[in-house]
Design a protein around this ligand. Structure first.
Ligand SMILES: Nc1nc2c(ncn2[C@@H]2O[C@H](COP(=O)(O)OP(=O)(O)OP(=O)(O)O)[C@@H](O)[C@H]2O)c(=O)[nH]1
Ligand SMILES: [Mg+2]
Length: 202
């Protein structure tokens, strides 16, 4: 199902986004691997643009899985080298996209498994949770974690940190394409349970 995903549109105007049937939103700090995760999830190499330079994804990029069912790649947060004006614009755009649009959604916040969850991650997740938006956590870059730390340990620590059930924490490596089966099933289940709608014109 996810391998048929295509690019739909990019926008910085969340209030002009058409209505979706259901959406998966990928959020996380700059450079944590959001775009790489979308490529790995959809078994495609160049669907989303990956970059070594943090702050690469500047717009809300919408990918269509099928009939109004989307995966959304958000610009990363916490990129230090942007002006306060840029940060304010980012905040408005994200707020508009996540909170103000009344869509059926789940947010997957990506964290770096090697660095661990940061205070900024915690605050963003808290903000999502306060706004009653369903969320899950994906720990990426598991290939960088020392081999003596198990995937189970990584998941348990993160679940404890965010005070959520371990089943809502996924551990992957977008680089090695490891750990994606469970995550793909979770996403497909959510999208399959939503009614399709005819896509608006491109
Ligand atoms: N070691 C390792 N590197 C990864 C992994 N996933 C992504 N990267 C690298 O991390 C860097 C950032 O990846 P992106 O997918 O562009 O990250 P992003 O979160 O979309 O970044 P922004 O759009 O700038 O916010 C790239 O150099 C990727 O090759 C992973 O699982 N392991
Ligand atoms: Mg990106």
């Amino acid at each position: 199902m996810l391998e048929k995903t295509v690019f739909f549109r990019a926008t910085t105007e969340a209030n002009s986004m058409p209505k979706s049937a259901a959406e998966i939103i990928i959020s996380g700090r700059s450079n944590v691997g959001k775009s790489s995760i979308i490529n790995a999830l959809c078994s495609q190499k160049n669907l989303a643009r990956v970059s070594k330079t943090p702050g690469r994804t500047r717009s809300i990029n919408i990918y269509s899985v099928s009939m109004g069912k989307w995966i959304i790649d958000l610009p990363g947060y916490g990129f230090a080298r942007v002006s306060s004006q840029c940060k304010a614009l980012w905040k408005n755009m994200i707020e508009e996209c996540i909170i103000k649009r009344n869509s059926k959604k789940v947010i997957y916040t990506i964290i770096d498994a090697f660095v661990g969850p940061t205070e900024l991650d915690f605050n963003v997740v808290k903000w999502i949770s306060i706004n009653s938006i369903p969320f899950k956590i994906i720990a990426n870059k598991c290939d960088k974690v020392p081999k003596n730390i198990s995937i189970d340990e990584i998941q348990s620590k993160i679940a404890e940190y965010f005070n959520i059930d371990k089943s809502n924490v996924f551990a992957v490596s977008a680089k090695l394409k490891n750990g994606f089966n469970k995550l793909q099933l979770d996403i497909i289940k959510f999208l399959d349970n939503s009614r399709s709608i005819n896509a608006p014109p491109l």
